[in-house]
Design a binder for this molecule. Structure first.
Ligand SMILES: [Zn+2]
Length: 235
């Protein structure tokens, strides 16, 4: 299969071709290669990725489930364009949920969980060192999803996963300075608190980290590079 955007070495390896396409598209969105609002034509994507339209449709459905893609009746699929109001709501929801999940993660983390979080941080640092901000955004989101999983609260972890996918898109759409990325030292400090089983500290660190992240977004200004889908995905 022709994969213009290499699949990142995430712990959850894609099993189906549609998962691989969904992951490549979500990475392309986070790397600012495809602008919010861009139409995602099934025929064009099928040609670009060398797969059937059925595979493309399944990939678009799974991205729609994460609200990275809007599927409009009779019009097809588009990269989602969260409004300022939605952006605020997503971050406020994260500020409500994630400090609690960080506290539970500190109570439940096993050595294998800590090792996995350390690998995530190392990958994030490598992406930042390579100036691949899109990949760094993607990986820093996964770090948060991982914490929610460690917390062992399946329902909340599901919410957090959706919120994080949406906030990665929001960061891609509204960031204008580097600090909109998760600060590397914020993740290091969180990891230490979780490793030490210090729930109250993990909760505080997560809260202030999310407030920082939220305030680094410029909701008055949208960045939207205009390119064709083919050009965006094949260069
Ligand atoms: Zn973070």
């Amino acid at each position: 299969m022709n994969m213009p955007d290499p699949t990142p070495p995430d712990p959850a390896k894609p099993a189906a071709p549609s998962d691989a396409v969904a992951q490549a598209l979500s990475l392309a969105i986070h790397r600012h290669r495809i602008a919010p609002g861009t139409k995602l034509g099934e025929d064009e994507l099928a040609e670009i990725y060398g797969v059937s339209r059925t595979v493309i449709r399944a990939a678009l459905q799974s991205l729609a489930h994460l609200r990275l893609v809007d599927i409009r009746r009779n019009r097809g699929a588009f990269v989602a364009q969260p409004s300022r109001q939605e952006a605020r709501e997503v971050f406020e929801a994260r500020e409500l949920l994630e400090p609690r999940t960080a506290r539970s993660a500190a109570a439940h983390a096993k050595p294998a969980d800590i090792a996995r979080l350390k690998r995530h941080i190392a990958d994030e640092h490598a992406a930042l060192a390579a100036a691949d901000n899109g990949r760094a955004v993607h990986l820093s989101g996964l770090f948060h999803v991982e914490i929610a999983r460690i917390a062992g609260q399946g329902t909340i972890a599901g919410f957090v996963e959706t919120l994080i996918a949406r906030s990665s898109l929001i960061v891609a759409l509204y960031w204008h300075r580097e600090s909109a990325l998760c600060e590397r030292h914020a993740h290091d400090a969180l990891l230490r608190a979780i490793e030490q089983g210090d729930g109250p500290r993990a909760e505080d660190l997560m809260r202030s980290h999310l407030v920082d992240l939220h305030s680094a977004l410029d909701l008055s200004h949208r960045s939207a590079p205009a390119r064709s889908l083919k050009e965006a995905l094949e260069t």
